[in-house]
Design a protein around this ligand. Structure first.
Ligand code: PAF
Length: 281
């Protein structure tokens, strides 16, 4: 596996790949890799000739400085994992390499996506995400970019970025990878105790409950039952649970059979913010 730390070195290497008409896939990550990330790399290997995995903890998408500081950075282990799955290229730049000017303006019109759910709870987060992803897109010029369904709203935001900037990049969405109890894999899970992980499996039970009874129950009743699983069975702190139309992410009060739907969920466990979702149709 090639490891690059500068944009220049990566670009020189990728120029040769493009000259040979090889397809490039990009898997952007913030490191602390787990099976979920590795499944993105494996998916990418099926659809491209060369897979570039970037590892960069992007400061502009954190609105809580202590969250940024505490974010795990196990570089040696990450590189070992990427090597094991035969990733072709790891790109691990420094903050100075990606943000050479300390003051850099960036704004993308994300419309409603910035006002609701993650957009509302984490002001500026999606501006930071699109800022770094656009830098990576311009640098790598991938044919395909792979993102996990776990961050559902982020996927919609990236599609918006691709549309607005008219980029010739196909977005590949990979299904959420879960542990044996249904907990969606996330780098933040390393901060949970075993008991916390067990409690957190209620997210999956709650989402599954919604999916199972989606066509049968009134939505307000169904939402209350799903909340009961989180509040009463496990006494978890729920930030939001919403049943939405899957394109606009607007909350719905009745099912429109011509549309598709998604349940979005954020819960706090042991001071860790866990995000999950489930497609319902
Ligand atoms: O999903 C993530 O890990 C990050 O938001 C991303 C897409 C790598 C941008 O920093």
């Amino acid at each position: 596996m090639k490891i690059f730390r500068t944009k220049q070195a990566l670009q020189t290497y990728l120029d040769k790949i493009r000259e040979n008409n090889q397809r490039i896939a990009l898997v952007p990550t913030m490191g602390a890799l787990h099976e979920g990330h590795l499944s993105l790399v494996k998916d990418a290997q099926q659809i491209a000739d060369v897979v570039v995995c970037s590892i960069f903890v992007n400061p502009t998408q954190f609105n809580d400085p202590s969250d940024l500081e505490r974010y795990p950075r196990p570089e040696e282990n990450d590189l070992r994992l990427l090597q094991e799955v035969r990733c072709d290229v790891a790109f691990i730049p420094t903050v100075e390499e990606m943000y050479p000017k300390t003051e850099e303006s960036w704004h993308l019109d994300l419309g409603n996506l910035e006002q609701i759910w993650e957009g509302e709870k984490r002001p500026g987060h999606f501006q930071g995400v699109t800022q770094i992803v656009y830098k990576l897109f311009r640098l790598v010029e991938p044919d395909v970019a792979c993102f996990g369904q776990k961050d559902f709203q982020q996927v919609m935001v990236i599609q918006r970025l691709i549309d607005i900037k008219k980029l010739p990049i196909a977005l590949h969405i990979c299904p959420t990878i879960r542990n044996e109890k249904g907990l969606a894999l996330s780098s933040r899970n390393t901060r949970l105790s075993e008991a916390g992980k067990n409690k957190a499996s209620a997210l999956y039970r709650s989402l599954n409950h919604i999916k199972h009874y989606f066509k049968e129950r009134e939505l307000t009743v169904l939402r209350k039952e799903a909340l009961d699983i989180l509040y009463h069975e496990e006494e978890l702190e729920v930030e939001y649970l919403a049943i939405c139309e899957s394109r606009s992410l607007q909350e719905i009060d009745h099912i429109d059979p011509t549309k598709s739907h998604v349940a979005l969920l954020v819960v706090w466990v042991e001071g860790v913010r866990l995000i999950d979702n489930m497609l319902l149709d």
